[in-house]
Design a binder for this molecule. Structure first.
Ligand SMILES: *Cc1c(COP(=O)(O)O)cnc(C)c1O
Length: 375
């Protein structure tokens, strides 16, 4: 059964039509494409085409187009290469069993992209241009949307300061692109809980910083912590607040939830240094639908450890578009090493994962009207 939507597909079509399609004289053959998307290497395989658009201070956004995927030409003085004015988004196109293709809450990504751009003094993209550009690329490369369950076409809209200028100020020229990468399930061979390194020395952001913006710089700043995590045998890193080093914030690219034994959930509140995830927001609503209270609060790491040890907290998980939900079975740092769930994913963790994935794949009724049909 495919979920019904109130988002009129013709309006998305009309927005997509504002991006003229250029010819592609070297498309991948059907046979080669099918082989590639059958075993996609994450983040290394891209579809045949891309979206491009340019902004200039005097004229605003123009030159909308869908064109063959290929290298960009950049002046070596392009501001982004020196001062990192770049923001991005991440969302997926989902194949439903009736052959239709859908997006999950792309309007939420459009809104966040605007907030990220403002924080980096980049020109916000209108919601119409965001939705139109994403839909145009999905329609153009619709054969690149994998059909296997849990396989998706990952979409990466991004913008950056392309103006050749070494002075430090808001740019007068900016480029916007959307690229698409077929991707397989985050977990191959079943969902497995991961170990988390709690990083207390190197922070990804701080109060008044860029934590709420989805910008490349936050990721650059997280890599040293990620490295320390993998040195300690952990798959992911959890960052704590930079001001006091005591409150739980989020992973490098995922938000966090904890489940109490009475069934209520807690997630770190959006203090400005945490990225407001679309998955986070959606899970708060889904858990609420089923009668689970969800509290957004400042969570002290020391309290969490004590609550795990006492059995008050029974499940911990991370969430984001890529993996949907990742169960966590261990928290490690220089000072502690705490396990929970005996290496098994928690019950509510897996239930919420199935609910959300079911909505995205059109197998569970979309009561919140989150899905947008592209074609
Ligand atoms: C993208 C991202 C998330 C998850 O956001 P979703 O919208 O759920 O994909 C969480 N944290 C950070 C730092 C991110 O960049």
């Amino acid at each position: 059964m495919t979920a019904q939507t109130h988002h009129d597909p013709t309006s998305l079509n009309n927005l997509a039509a504002t991006f003229p399609v250029e010819a592609n004289v070297h498309p991948t053959s059907d046979e080669q494409r099918e082989a590639l998307i059958d075993k996609p290497a994450f983040g290394q395989l891209f579809s045949d085409n891309m979206v491009r658009m340019t902004w200039e201070q005097d004229t605003g956004w123009s030159q909308r187009k869908v064109m063959p995927y290929g290298p960009l030409q950049l002046d070596p003085a392009a501001a982004v290469l020196h001062y990192a004015q770049e923001v991005f988004e991440g969302l997926k196109a989902y194949y439903h069993s009736d052959g239709s293709i859908w997006l999950f809450r792309p309007d939420a990504n459009a809104e966040r992209f605007q907030n990220s751009a403002r924080r980096l003094s980049l020109p916000p993209l209108s919601t119409d241009d965001f939705l139109g550009s994403v839909a145009a690329l999905v329609q153009r490369d619709v054969t690149w949307v994998p059909r296997r369950r849990e396989y998706t076409l990952y979409l990466r809209p991004f913008m950056f300061a392309s103006e050749p200028y070494l002075g430090v100020r808001a740019p007068h020229q900016v480029d916007y692109c959307v690229i698409a990468s077929p991707s397989g399930p985050y977990f191959t061979g079943g969902v497995k809980p991961v170990s988390i390194w709690v990083e207390n020395r190197w922070f990804r952001t701080g109060p008044g910083g860029t934590g709420f913006a989805k910008c490349g710089g936050n990721y650059a700043a997280s890599l040293v912590g990620e490295g320390r995590g993998s040195e300690h045998g952990c798959e992911q890193v959890c960052f704590v607040d930079a001001a006091t080093g005591t409150y739980l914030e989020e992973l490098g690219g995922m938000n966090m939830f904890i489940v109490h034994k009475d069934g209520h959930l807690e997630t770190p509140s959006l203090t400005g240094s945490i990225l407001p995830g679309v998955t986070r927001r959606s899970l708060i609503e889904l858990a609420g639908d089923e009668g689970h209270e969800v509290v957004e609060s400042m969570i002290k790491m020391s309290d969490l450890l004590e609550d795990i040890r006492s059995g008050e907290v029974t499940e911990v998980f991370a969430c984001g578009t890529a993996a949907i939900i990742t169960p966590i079975s261990r928290l490690v740092s220089d000072e502690f090493d705490v396990s929970l769930g005996e290496g098994q994913p928690g019950q509510l963790t897996m239930h919420l994962r199935e609910r959300l994935l079911g909505i995205q794949l059109g197998e569970v009724e979309d009561t919140h009207d989150w899905m947008w049909r592209v074609c």
